[in-house]
Design a protein around this ligand. Structure first.
Ligand code: PSU
Ligand code: MN
Length: 307
């Protein structure tokens, strides 16, 4: 018979935090294995955990290690995720396959949301979410992250979405599936490297306390699904939207020429941009996710302290 405990390992510190209803922030691992080069990936992953701790919450980095969902990977496991080239990129569809075969994989936004929910964690911090790709009307390439946001009750803090995606279609998709998209201290959808895209959001809030109330009300009413909180990259680390778009268009053309398909598309585009912007895009990536960790810690605290 299926027993969740055989596949889900929640590390003691997080078990204790769950039992005492302490604020917890989940972190994904695809960014470690497939989003950044070594050693920036491991250094950033460890730093994010510290930022979350310094701001009164418990960090829980999530990954699949040798056939188990680990909630709160330790530093040795993080090193493994950061260095090993055979780590799978795991989204919703891959979870049962990787667990059955006792393999290891880093979790995408979709998979991290699923695992966080299984563990009882309701706030998750990432860099950028997946979305509707450009030319999706022909390729049907839409990230499983969006469907997860539509159905899984986890609040996701991100810096918007990269312009490797069709941002207008991504927002339309989230609207169709009833996912609240909240601009934190901005009226516009942030575009990852840039503080602002041309897309005006329907909801913005300057307070993590108010955002916590919105999330709490959504779930208390029985409305299923996530909430997306978009926190713009700090001003001093941002790039003009047009400048990034040019590089992104090149990356997109290249992926088309090489016939890159399916789950390889996003890592290909991310790598291309990173390699063609010296370390500019990497620095921006690190800065924005640090800022998201701070926002997520505050939000997790507010969610546990609703009046
Ligand atoms: N976008 C980024 N950085 C990332 C990702 C997306 O700017 O690291 C990763 C996230 O883990 C996200 C995944 O969940 O890529 C989406 O992949 P796909 O498009 O194949 O669903
Ligand atoms: Mn895809």
């Amino acid at each position: 018979m299926f027993k969740l405990e055989s596949f889900l390992e929640i590390r003691p510190e997080i078990k204790e935090a769950l039992a005492h209803k302490k604020p917890i922030v989940a972190l994904e691992s695809t960014i470690i294995s497939h989003g950044m080069p070594y050693p920036e990936n491991i250094n950033t992953a460890l730093e994010l955990e510290k930022i979350i701790r310094d701001n009164g919450a418990i960090p829980a980095t999530i990954a699949l290690i040798h056939g188990k969902i680990i909630i709160g990977v330790n530093s040795d496991e993080m090193e493994f995720l950061a260095k090993d080239k055979s780590i799978f990129k795991v989204s919703r569809m891959d979870i049962p396959v990787i667990l059955t075969r006792k393999q290891s994989g880093s979790t995408t936004v979709a998979a991290t949301m699923i695992c966080a929910k299984l563990a009882g964690i309701d706030v998750f911090v990432t860099g950028g979410i997946g979305g509707v790709h450009k030319n999706a009307e022909n390729t049907f390439d839409i990230s499983a992250d969006l469907q997860e946001l539509a159905q899984t009750n986890v609040a996701v803090v991100c810096a918007g979405a990269k312009a490797i995606l069709d941002l207008e279609k991504t927002i339309e998709y989230l609207e169709t599936f009833g996912v609240p998209v909240i601009g934190y201290q901005t009226e516009f959808l942030p575009a990852f490297y840039s503080r602002k895209s041309p897309i005006k959001l329907l909801c913005h809030s300057n307070s993590t306390q108010e955002i916590a109330q919105i999330i709490n009300l959504k779930w208390s009413m029985g409305l299923q699904g996530g909430v997306l909180i978009c926190n713009p990259i700090p001003e001093e680390n941002s790039y003009p939207y047009e400048e990034m778009e040019l590089l992104i268009t090149q990356a997109f053309k290249q992926s088309h020429l090489l016939g890159i398909k399916g789950k390889d598309v996003t890592p290909f585009l991310l790598k291309y941009i990173s390699e063609n912007s010296d370390k500019k895009s990497l620095k921006a990536n690190i800065a924005l996710i640090r800022s998201n960790a701070l926002c997520g810690a505050k939000l997790a605290f507010n969610l546990k302290n609703i009046d």
